[in-house]
Design a protein around this ligand. Sequence first.
Ligand SMILES: Cc1cc2nc3c(=O)[nH]c(=O)nc-3n(C[C@H](O)[C@H](O)[C@H](O)COP(=O)(O)OP(=O)(O)OC[C@H]3O[C@@H](n4cnc5c(N)ncnc54)[C@H](O)[C@@H]3O)c2cc1C
Length: 462
Amino acid sequence: MPTQSVDQLKSCFRGDVIQPTDANYESARRVYNAMIDKRPRLIARCVDVADVMAAVNFGRENGLLTAIRCGGHSGAGLGTCDDGLVIDLSRMKGIRVNPAAKTVRVEAGCVWGDVDHATHAFGMATPCGFISSTGVAGLTLGGGIGYLTRRFGLTIDNLLAVDMVLADGRFVTANSEENPDLFWAVRGGGGNFGVVTSFEFQLHPVKMVHFGPTFWAIDAAADVLRAYKQFIGEAPEEISGFFAFLIVPPAPMFPEHLHLKKVCGVVWCCTGSADEVERTLKPMRTLGKPIFDHVGLAPFPAVQSLFDPLFAPGLQWYWRGDNFAELSEEAIDQHVEHGSQIPTMLSTMHLYPVNGAAQRVGKNDTAYSFRESLFTEVIVGVDPDPANSEKITTWCKKYWEALHPYSAGGGYVNFLMEEGQDRIRAAYRDNYDRLAGIKRKYDPTNFFRVNQNIRPAESAVI
Ligand SMILES: Cc1cc2nc3c(=O)[nH]c(=O)nc-3n(C[C@H](O)[C@H](O)[C@H](O)COP(=O)(O)OP(=O)(O)OC[C@H]3O[C@@H](n4cnc5c(N)ncnc54)[C@H](O)[C@@H]3O)c2cc1C
C-alpha cells in the first residue's frame, strides 16, 4: 500500500491510523478471543462519522479487505482480518439519554456497560446481553438476546433508528420511515450493509432486578431441565432465567464445598415485584434438593457486569449454538450426557429463553427469523491455556452435533463460528433472499464481507 495514500488518510483523520510498525499495533490488533491471531495492514480507529467515511472510502479505493470492529467479541474473530483494514469504532463512545422520550442515542463504539451506566442514572434500561463488555454494535445487529428478552423483546425490537455509512461512503439514516428496507435488514442481518455509526433505542423502567442462581447436583439435570422448560414456557414475562451446565468458580459468594464442582442451574433475573417473584419462582427454587440458592435485589448494571471478571479478554473461546422450539426427552438425554462432561472451569452451556415479548414480533418483520423458538442454545468452550484449545473445541462440536438433530434447524448468527454458507442461510431461513436483495442494493460489490456474509443477489429480488 503506497505510503502516500496512508499519509493522505492521516491528513483527513482525527482518530488514530495504526500500522504494523507502530508501538501500539500489538495491543490494537488483538480481539477478545485469544484463538484469533490476525494481522491487519491498517487499523483506522475512528472518533467521528467523518473518520468512518474516510476509512470506508480509503478501504474501497485501495481494494482492501475491510473489517468492522466495535467490542471485538465475535467468537469467529470477524472484527478483524489479515492483511486488510480494520475500521475500529472503540473511541466512539458518545451516549445521550432523552428521559422525556425514554430513548437513548448510542455511538457505535460503546459496549453495553457504557449504556447501562448512562441509562441506570435515569432508572431505565434497554434489553442487551448477559455481559457488559460485549459491543453494542455486533450484539444489536445480530439480534440481541439477554436478561430482558422475555419482558421487552430482543435488542432489535427496541431499536428505533440507525445512522450508517454505506460502502460508497454515503451517510444515511434508517428507521421505519427512512430507508425502511435497510432498517429491516440491520435488525438481525449483522454488519453486511454498512458501518453503523450510532443507534437509537427505546428505554424501559428497569433499575433494580431480582437476581441470583439456583444450583442442583448434576445428576438432577434431567429433572431440572424437564421442570425448567415447562416453567419458563408459561411463566409471566417479568420472570426470566437461563439454564446452565457449569463448574462452580472458586469465588467467595459460593460455599467452599461447591468450588470446582460440576452442577446445573438456573440464573434468574426478574423485573416483577418482590412478592410476585418470590411466589412465582418458588416451585423451581424448591424443586428436588437445590445445593445453592440465592436470589436478591441488585442494580441492573451490577448484574450485567457480574461475569465480566470471570470472562476477561484474552481467553481461548470456541462456541456453537442452535435454536430450539421445544426440548424433547431425547434432547434432554443428550444435554445430560454432554453437559456433564464440561472440559474446563470456564466452559459452559446456556439455554436462553427467547419466548415472551420476543415472540410478539413476526418472523418476517425483522431479518432475525426464529421467532417461534423457546430457547437459543450456546455451548462455549473457554480456557486461558492455548494447550486446551483442541479439548474445548472438540467438546463443543460433539455436544452441538448431538443436539443439532433436535433443533429448529438453524442458529443465531451471533453464536456462529465460521461454519459455512449453509449455516448462515439456515439462520435466516426465508428471510435470506430478501436480505440478499437488500445487500445488492446497498453493497453490490460485497465490500462488507468480513461477517456472517449475505451475498448480494445476482438479480434484483426485492
Ligand atoms: C463474553 C461474550 C458474551 C456474549 N453474550 C451475548 C449475549 O448475552 N447476547 C447476545 O445476543 N450475544 C452475546 N454474545 C455474542 C455477541 O453478540 C457477538 O459476538 C457480537 O458479534 C459481538 O459484538 P461486538 O461488537 O463485541 O463484536 P465485534 O467483533 O467488534 O464485531 C462483530 C461483527 O459485528 C459487526 N459490527 C461490529 N460493529 C459494527 C458497526 N458499527 N457497524 C456494522 N457492523 C458492525 C461486524 O460484522 C463484525 O464482524 C457474547 C459474546 C461474548 C464473547
